[in-house]
Design a protein around this ligand. Structure first.
Ligand SMILES: [Zn+2]
Length: 60
């Protein structure tokens, strides 16, 4: 399979699942479970690591 697109590297911290819902154990007045979402601190909820800065030139 030819690789036409270069996928951005998956965040190793969250393995591509940057946002998780955590149940608080309480229910809203509607009767739904109350959840809070937490974003991955490493990629800030993007699921991808920031692209490394292009090659740093060393020497001449
Ligand atoms: Zn992440």
């Amino acid at each position: 399979m030819p690789e036409n697109t270069r996928p951005r590297p998956i965040c190793a911290h969250c393995d591509g699942f940057p946002t998780v819902a955590v149940t608080t154990g309480q229910t809203t007045p509607d009767g739904h479970r109350q959840t809070i979402t937490a974003d991955c601190p490493a990629c800030h909820g993007t699921g991808h690591t920031a692209p490394a800065r292009a090659y740093t030139r060393v020497g001449a």
